[in-house]
Design a protein around this ligand. Structure first.
Ligand code: FES
Length: 320
């Protein structure tokens, strides 16, 4: 990990659904936390060295606290398991300031929000924001069962109170079916903005359903990589600021090569989903593998995620 961090205290932990807790994090010393926009996430730097990204659940505009939702993943490599089993109220945690790769367009005539499982966390924040602004929205929220659906009652209540549609879908309950993403996308007006956060399979199905829509109206938030990092190696990275040159060998990513060389550029997820390692490209053409940059941004080659993307040219000059 690298980059600035903030110290926060775990003020409270709340059970929200089966295997899902929220953690309320407050600043130390009475200072305010940086403000954030709906869709933002923070990185939590756990004491045993792991870093995990979690979306902010609480209302945009709150600077006295951040609230994150954490689902205990049965296959957890230490992140969610540590949060559930070790973190207690009163503990201190180091976090990174909020970043946002899932930006809400507040001017949309209609926002169609689609959530799967714990992917509901940034969507819940968006619901609060759109409701506060009086902007129209609709929510399609799918979970395996009601018992594992965090915030379902609160979201239904917000929909009822604001006159916006909330469609709760429990696909593993008797008679349950998967959300019909094609029908949801097909029914949305042409000028609607569409948002989806959930498991990778759901996101891919959503992107297929929305592929004919203008890219700027389709928003997705991935939690894990869709494709492997570029590890072909065989190119040189020139670091313009520090005046260093590092050769990236086959089998290594740029970030790994820089870490091997004793440098510590900002990074977190290591798989191209959080945006922490975004680096300006001064010369050369990256082989983009991330899920942060839009297609247009990738084509522009102005920045790249060095944790997963490689090079299409023998040399890359980076602003590092
Ligand atoms: S470290 Fe998360 S995108 Fe590179």
């Amino acid at each position: 990990m690298s980059g600035p961090t903030l110290d926060v205290r775990v003020k409270s932990i709340t059970w929200e659904a089966e295997r899902i807790n929220t953690y309320e994090l407050t600043p130390l010393g009475g200072v305010e936390l940086p403000s954030f926009k709906a869709g933002s996430h923070i990185d939590v730097h756990l004491p045993h060295g792991a870093t995990r990204s979690y979306s902010l659940v609480n209302a945009e505009g709150e600077t006295h606290r951040y609230v994150i939702g954490v689902a205990l993943d049965a296959a957890s490599a230490g992140g969610s398991r540590y949060m559930h089993e070790n973190v207690k109220p009163g503990d201190r945690l180091a976090i990174s300031p909020p970043a946002n790769n899932f930006v809400l367009d507040e001017s949309a005539p209609l926002s169609v929000l689609i959530a799967g499982g714990i992917g509901v966390t940034p969507i819940y924040c968006m619901v609060q924001r759109l409701t506060a602004l009086g902007r129209p929205w609709q929510l399609h929220y799918s979970a395996r069962t009601r018992e594992v659906a965090a915030f379902a009652d609160a979201l239904a209540a917000r929909g009822a109170a604001s006159g916006n549609l909330v469609n709760l879908n429990f696909d593993c309950e008797p008679g349950g079916t998967m959300l019909d993403l094609g029908a949801i996308v097909g029914a949305a007006p042409a000028d609607a903005h569409l948002y989806c956060c959930g498991p990778t399979g759901m996101l891919e199905a959503f992107e297929r359903a929305a592929e004919k829509r203008p890219r700027e109206q389709v928003h997705v938030e991935y939690f894990s990589a869709k494709e492997d990092a570029a590890r072909a190696g065989g190119f040189t990275v020139v670091l313009a600021k520090t005046n260093r040159t590092v050769f990236v060998e086959e089998g290594r990513t740029i970030l790994e090569a820089l870490l091997d060389a004793g440098m510590d550029p900002a990074h977190s997820c290591m798989e191209g989903v959080c945006g922490t390692c975004e680096t300006r490209v001064l010369e050369g053409v990256p082989d983009h593998r991330d899920l942060v940059l839009s297609d247009a941004e990738k084509a522009g080659n102005k920045t790249m995620m060095i944790c997963c993307s490689g090079a299409k040219t023998p040399t890359l000059v980076l602003d590092l």
